[in-house]
Design a protein around this ligand. Sequence first.
Ligand code: WT7
Length: 645
Amino acid sequence: MSKIYKPVKNIFKNPIFKDMDDYDNLVKKFDENYEETWGELAKENIFWQKPFTKVLDESNAPFNKWFKDGKMSVAYECVDKHLKTRGEDIAILFEADDGTNIKLTYNELAKNVNKTANLFTNVYEIKKGDRVVVYMPMILEAIYTMLACAKIGAIHSVVFGGFSSSALRDRIIDAKAKLVVTADGAYRKGKPYMLKPAVDEAMSSGCESVQNVCVIRRNFEPIETNPKDSFYDELIQTQKETFQTVWFDSEDPLFLLYTSGSTGQPKGVQHNMAGYILWAKLTMKWVFDNKPDDTFWCTADIGWITGHSYIVYGPLANGTTTVVFEGVPTYPDAGRCWKMVEQHKIDQFYTAPTAIRMLHKTGEDEPGKYDLSSLRVLGTVGEPIDPPAWKWYYETVGNSRCSIVDTWWQTETGGHMVSPIASCTPIRPGCATLPLPGIQAKIIEQDGTPTPVGEKGYLCITKPWPSQIRTIWGDEKRFIKSYFGDCVYGGKPVYFSGDGAMIDESDYITITGRTDDVINVSGHRIGTAEIEASIKDCDMVASSAVVGKPHEIKGEAIFGFIVLKDENSISKDDLKIKLNKILKEDIGAIALLDDIVIVPDLPKTRSGKIMRRILRSIVKGEAIVQDISTLEDPNIVSVIEKLCV
Ligand code: WT7
């Protein structure tokens, strides 16, 4: 077993968790009195304009309700609450691609959010419950938009700027969005790039629900203007800087965020107000030891849940300074992040293993050129981190004095679930360690029996938690089937994450990866069914199966097995170009095939089910241990194996 690293003494001043006794005590408190403990934390951390009458209502499980009858406001928690005591403190530190900075105080943030809320209300007539799709670069207006939605009770659905116009259109249509907020584009690696053309294209093909497109000008490149378009900078001038706080029910929806599952259709994961903000704030404090006087930098994009919870909602609810970065970590060189850490005296830095591997590979010695002594915590998320990347992160970036928090969670969980607590948990490379207090994470078999130490089991959460996904937008049946259809515990269906995991003698949890047909490319989830549905659009293709193949930087890369209608109609290289063009248009650059092989057939059972596990073993170069006798044509396995060498 690999070495254990304890938090370095004197790094953490007045932490909430001084040592593992503090952790054990809170875990025990939850064990003895689950609801009451959540209730206490909710009272301490959230301002209740009207107190809740019940902590958890499970009467309609799995559609659980938290903090029933309570009235509160997420925008108040993130902005207005801080104005009396810390209005002149920096809320957001924006760094543009070209290195210029904007330091925005909480007072300034409040004014901008209020003006935006007034614009949405007065000009676009957005009301509580209306859906607003946000297709934006990493700029301040994206944060104003999210918080303005929270302020008026509109449900935002941020769509990652790397998704194509057709993926954007699908999400607009599924949510029946009334407003789309976008930008002309922004800057990346010193050059302007565009977003607005994708919105134009989406709007030209059936987004009837959209009444207005609000355009922010960032790079001032020429764009088309359509009848539904209007410009943020023109309309915002006349909006008032005040906005009367509106109080919402705990269970009013806060946002939708689409993510991939095992079918071709992405799922609109719905999070509601009180439970989500409580856990975003608590994990911010607990896991990162984040304090209001700190500067916190999460390198994610707001298009992903990490950006929602740990760029916007968690940091602002905790009253800290959050860094919003427009650029990329490797521009102008692989020292960019470390230069920013030095310049802004970053306390906590949070990124993904794929970025760590990239920075390690392209700039191994770069961290040594900067003063990184402000750092206390280094975070990682999105996929398992391999030991060499971990070691470099710990020793070279963290100078063997920072705690690494390997945080396991998902779009559906809203915030961290299994993770070290920086100030107290002894850590091990590649290990997410222990469930956070309040989180009942268990490794079990499908029937609920605990999986023996050292063996792979299903990672389930056996009790509801406040920031749990509430439903899949517009599809309650799919919600139940996706998350509560696989495992039972104590005779009841429980939340299954889709991940496999192992537990060791000290109860530490190691994540082993997805057990469903979801690939994790650079920490981003993409469903094999979505990719295969796009590949079908190519009229030369008869059928296909894609699987994840281990990749040095991306973690997993997409590998396609393609059956052609006419086997000799196109070369492998030309086919790959053709398919990637389709995938880029249908989904976006994250869905591109890394490699393909043209095969005469796929390994199918007699009932026609593709045996993906066999294909996964083939791309990994593993020996086939599965029983292939049930295949329609067992010989196909060796044929495909030969084609792959
Ligand atoms: C999937 C969730 C959570 C924000 C980013 C991704 C994988 C996440 C870890 C980790 C190993 C991890 C899981 C999970 N994952 N964190 N620390 N170690 N794997 O959110 O797109 O919803 O993806 O990412 O497979 O199910 P997401």
